[in-house]
Design a protein around this ligand. Structure first.
Ligand SMILES: Nc1ncnc2c1ncn2[C@@H]1O[C@H](COP(=O)(O)OP(=O)(O)O)[C@@H](O)[C@H]1O
Ligand SMILES: [Mg+2]
Length: 449
């Protein structure tokens, strides 16, 4: 591990991967934030956390010393905070709010309870999203084959997905239930390459919008690595290194992947304002910027599927999304997302021709060929430890699928064979592909109509 890291540093590998990380601001001005906003954030931080060392302030606000120093000097000049020094070292200075400072903090908290990493400006966010655009990503046939190894997806569909992932445009996947649409869409995540810088939060019109979401975003570097590369840490020393390093208000992450399904509402696509805390959460399409957004099971949502589709016309067309603050102010954010829509509904039921044309890739995932179906059946048998037999498989194909006119969908082997396994366990008999057991499972699985 250690050796690998050293090698990487020596070969410049780490630097290359970090190259798109914005550099740390060298002054208050370079943060892109107002002096008063920063004073408020710092005051609230000291109020919530109590006495803090300079080093802790760097960690909490993600602002470098050069930015914090003038802010703290200002606060001291206004009798809002005091400094105490336990030894000669610069890191030994601690800061504490005065009574006046605490009273101010309470006012500031009433305006917004946001306390945490300093946000980045909207302009900085827009520039960064453009710089690390998903459209710059290249997906090769080799990569695609690697990611889909062991999965049964025919070449026509694979080629369509491969090309679509290079387009940076939306992908519309449709076909009957159980044909494997969600399964394929989820595997597309494996094709995303390159890391992207994601801000903890952005500031728009003095309102904080949280973007980084630990449930969605996966940091690309372990804490151990970031420390080795000069990021602030709790272990003194490093923070005094005044070399220009990367802006800690951003986190290097894997390209994000977000999946929403039947629970999606149109309101979820707006900014989420917390009335008590008085700051915002970014909607999923913003959290998914520079990555993949899977809108699964279109048609299952409470809102009509056409309304949900229409919501995307402008973002897909113009690559920007318009969001509103609770004050009514509208602003524009880049929309740099590959959206994958997946549905059992026919495309013509969801959007008019003009919109469908603009969608880019429409990929039909339907029934499998007998050979493909056999591969999945064998895989499932192996996993469930049910011996695969040619005879049993023939019975499944002809005695059941053909007889009852059911197409060969990818979900069926697992669903049927799991029932065979359940039954065998219950009856304490060997799980096998006998016609009796298959009949029993089939009868359970399909409703009689
Ligand atoms: N290409 C495939 N290879 C192997 N198993 C598959 C494949 N596609 C689907 N499956 C199986 O079928 C199940 C149902 O597929 P799913 O993607 O949920 O269908 P859909 O979204 O089209 O309704 C999956 O959970 C998986 O077990
Ligand atoms: Mg599905």
């Amino acid at each position: 591990m250690q050796t690998t890291l050293v090698n990487e540093i020596e070969t410049g590998f780490v630097e290359r991967r970090r190259s798109s990380m914005p550099s740390a601001p060298a002054s208050v001005e370079e943060t892109g934030l107002d002096f008063p906003f920063l004073i408020e954030l710092l005051t609230k931080t000291l109020f919530i956390r109590g006495q803090l060392k300079l080093l802790d302030l760097v960690t909490h606000t993600r602002l470098p010393l050069v930015v914090l120093e003038p802010l703290l000097a200002f606060m001291r000049s206004k009798q809002m905070c005091e400094a105490s020094r336990s030894s000669g070292a610069e890191t030994a200075i601690s800061y504490n709010l005065t009574e006046l400072g605490s009273a101010r903090a309470e006012d500031y908290l009433r305006k917004s309870q946001y306390v945490g990493p300093a946000p980045v400006s909207l302009t900085a966010y827009i520039d960064q999203v453009k710089q690390q655009s998903i459209a710059n990503m290249h997906v090769s046939r080799e990569q695609l084959s690697e990611v889909f190894t062991g999965l049964v997806v025919n070449q026509r569909i694979l080629t369509q997905f491969g090309a679509a992932m290079n387009s940076g445009r939306a992908i519309f996947v449709y076909g009957p239930a159980g044909s494997g649409k969600t399964f394929i869409a989820e595997h597309l995540a494996g094709l995303l390459t390159g890391n992207v810088a994601i801000p903890h939060a952005i500031l728009v019109d003095n309102e904080v919008i949280q973007v980084f979401d630990p449930l969605t975003h996966v940091p690309a570097f372990s804490p151990e690595r970031s420390q080795r590369n000069g990021a602030p840490s709790d272990s003194g020393g490093l923070v005094l290194d005044r070399r220009r390093m990367s802006d800690q208000r951003w986190i290097m992450c894997n390209r994000p992947v977000i999946k929403t399904g039947g629970e999606l509402t149109l309101r979820m696509l707006d900014l989420d304002f917390d009335e008590n805390a008085r700051f915002y959460q970014a909607p999923p399409q913003v959290k998914a910027n520079n990555g993949l957004l899977i809108i699964d099971d279109l048609g299952r949502q409470l809102a009509p599927a056409t309304d949900i589709m229409n919501r995307w016309i402008v973002p897909l067309d113009r690559r920007v999304d318009y969001l509103s603050l609770h004050t009514g102010k509208k602003f524009m954010l880049p929309f740099d997302v590959i959206v994958v829509f997946s549905t059992n509904l026919s495309p013509t039921k969801l959007a008019d021709d003009a919109f469908l044309r603009r969608l880019g890739y429409k990929i039909y995932v339907g029934a499998l060929s007998e050979d493909e179906y056999a591969v999945i059946t064998r895989q499932v048998c192996e996993e469930l430890q049910i011996p695969f037999t040619e005879q049993g498989f023939k019975y499944l194909l002809h005695g059941l699928h053909e007889k009852y006119g059911k197409p060969l969908f990818a979900c069926i082997p697992r669903d049927i064979l799991e029932q065979v396994r359940d039954f065998a366990r219950f009856e304490n008999v060997p799980a096998e592909m006998s016609s009796d057991l298959l009949d029993w499972a089939w009868g359970n699985y399909f409703t009689h109509d």
